[in-house]
Ligand binder design. Structure first.
Ligand SMILES: NC(=O)c1ccc[n+]([C@@H]2O[C@H](COP(=O)([O-])OP(=O)(O)OC[C@H]3O[C@@H](n4cnc5c(N)ncnc54)[C@H](OP(=O)(O)O)[C@@H]3O)[C@@H](O)[C@H]2O)c1
Length: 236
């Protein structure tokens, strides 16, 4: 088995995921980067797989190709995610299918397959990107589907941390506030900044730093690390 560490990053074509690919490469990992639109990489230590992460077939391909190309899986970052804010009674079946597809099925299929490889290996780290709206709902941003889906990810992070605790596989989550990524057009930034006790949005670097901290934090498992400008601390 190769000794070069390998990270899989989902939702890797832009935003936080794209930055995570760079961060793991800077730390000398081989990386498997996946999203629907991702193209081939010019870096031969980044293998890309294009596909819809909601589909089990994509998860199967990503994990199979990670093992074929690089021989092992050390880290899975479940970063692909969607967010639909609207009043609860206005959600459509399409909203429901999209949010449960990407956020929940997109976690389940690939985590199950990556965990099999990690458990066999006796080591690994699974980290998911959730949202602090789960713990601190905001009246002006109604987002029940985020609560249902990302809240489920927070819960399963703790569940799997316990299930895998003696196996060498750690399971954590990073819970962001609102981060300056392509998800938010610049004209929304002033409104979104005010939704944080510190008075400003977060940067992609803040989330990357948290994931990288967890990567090296060998005594930390089952942690929901809030990186949210104080949102989780209370009311403001
Ligand atoms: N930005 C924020 O304020 C914020 C706050 C809290 C939590 N988060 C979470 O952080 C994560 C990253 O957010 P971001 O702001 O970087 O998002 P983003 O800029 O919208 O990027 C989302 C990524 O997910 C991929 N993706 C979307 N649907 C997919 C699907 N069906 N199958 C495979 N890949 C898919 C996209 O690539 P393709 O289009 O190529 O598929 C893209 O690479 C998400 O889980 C998000 O919920 C973000």
């Amino acid at each position: 088995m190769s000794s070069q560490k390998v990270a899989i990053v989902t939702g890797a074509s832009q935003g936080i995921g794209e930055a995570l690919v760079r961060a793991y490469r800077e730390r000398d990992y081989n990386v498997v980067a996946t999203s629907r639109s991702i193209g081939p990489s010019s870096d031969d230590r980044v293998h890309t797989v294009a596909g819809d992460i909601a589909q089990a077939e994509t998860a199967e391909r990503v994990v199979r190709e990670a093992l074929q190309h690089f021989g092992r899986i050390d880290t899975l970052v479940n970063n692909a995610g969607v967010f639909t804010a609207k009043p609860f009674i206005d959600f459509t079946q399409a909203d429901y299918d999209l949010n449960f597809g990407v956020n929940v099925a997109g976690f389940f299929h690939i985590t199950q397959r990556a965990a099999r490889a990690m458990l066999k290996q006796g080591s690994g780290h699974i980290v998911s990107i959730t949202t602090s709206l789960v713990d601190q709902p905001v009246a002006s941003v109604p987002a029940a589907l985020a609560s249902l889906t990302k809240g489920g990810l927070n819960a399963v992070t703790k569940g799997l941390a316990i299930e895998f605790a003696t196996s060498g596989v750690r399971v954590n989550a990073v819970s962001p506030g609102i981060i300056k990524t392509p998800m938010h057009p610049p004209e929304t930034h002033e409104f979104l900044s005010a939704l944080h006790p510190v008075g400003h949005m977060g940067d992609i670097r803040d989330i990357v730093d948290a994931v990288i901290y967890l990567e090296g934090a060998t005594f930390v498992t089952g942690e929901i690390l809030h990186v949210d400008g104080g949102q989780n601390a209370g009311r403001w």
